[in-house]
Design a protein around this ligand. Structure first.
Ligand code: ADP
Ligand code: ADP
Length: 239
């Protein structure tokens, strides 16, 4: 069963076609790494899956359920905001710029959405959040504010936050591109751990060694299309 499936997805910005009839399936537990030149549509692809950008054609399904629309009188109509929000919560996203709340501690950054948006119990959520922060190696930084953390630590908080809603799939949009080179590895290490734990992931990255090592499948994009897709050995050749 595919967790995410895109069929004929097209996204335009004015005259510019950022995604041109993209088909992509991501199976349960699969790690798909998206590579390609700057401007090829990688970021747009994951932003469309996360419903940050409306699409102009095609369809995206999550666990077989159409994203963003519902059937109505033989056609489709946009989902009401609450139903849309509920769908989006089943998708975790990690951005290049960590996007943490600056005035909340690491722990509060992780608990805020589950408690405020999902109405989950605060004590349970905090317990889970502490475990997640331990899992990303920040057990000793829970009370720190983002400005007191390195970029790598902030990004790991962002990963814990994305995991806090038990997403069906985690999307990463160049999660290490904003980091100083010496901090890249600590974030990639967390991604490796998540991949080993069987999470379903779509990772946009320029880190080719990571792609080769961790990806079940590489998707190579160019000019809004998937030019090629396959296991790393086939796309890169055997090491
Ligand atoms: P990549 O992530 O591969 O670098 P993007 O998905 O960011 O590529 O962008 C694909 C193309 O769409 C680029 O030409 C980019 O300039 C354009 N684009 C992306 N977002 C917007 C936007 N909000 N408005 C207009 N053009 C955009
Ligand atoms: P990235 O390299 O991570 O894709 P960009 O700097 O291309 O980031 O884009 C950052 C933001 O600006 C995104 O929200 C993207 O949608 C938007 N964007 C990208 N290209 C354009 C563009 N040509 N016009 C307007 N917005 C754009």
């Amino acid at each position: 069963m595919n967790v995410v499936s895109l069929r004929g997805v097209t996204k335009r910005f004015g005259e510019h076609t950022a995604l041109d009839q993209v088909d992509l399936d991501v199976a349960e537990g699969e790690v798909v790494v998206v590579i390609g030149p700057s401007g090829s549509g990688k970021s747009t692809l994951v932003r469309c899956v996360h419903q940050l950008e409306p699409i102009d054609g095609g369809a995206i399904h999550l666990d077989g359920e159409l994203l963003g629309y519902e059937h109505h009188r033989g056609g489709l109509r946009p989902l009401p905001p609450r139903a849309r929000a509920a769908q989006r919560r089943r998708i975790g996203m990690v951005f290049q710029q960590f996007n943490l709340f600056p005035h909340f501690t690491a722990l509060r950054n992780v608990t805020e959405a589950p408690v405020r948006v999902h109405g989950r119990d605060r004590a349970d959520t905090e317990r889970a959040a502490r475990e997640l922060l331990e899992r990303v190696g920040l057990g000793d930084r829970m009370g720190h504010y983002p400005r007191q953390l390195s970029g790598g630590q902030q990004q790991r908080v962002a990963i814990a936050r994305a995991l806090a809603v038990d997403p069906r799939v985690l999307l990463f949009d160049e999660p290490t591109s904003a980091l100083d080179p010496e901090l890249v590895e600590e974030v990639l290490g967390v991604l490796r751990g998540l991949a080993r734990d069987g999470l379903t992931m779509v990772v946009v990255t320029h880190e080719m060694a990571f792609a080769r090592e961790v990806a079940d499948r590489i998707v190579f994009m160019e000019a809004g299309r998937i030019l090629e897709t396959g296991p790393p050995d086939r796309l890169f050749g055997s090491p």
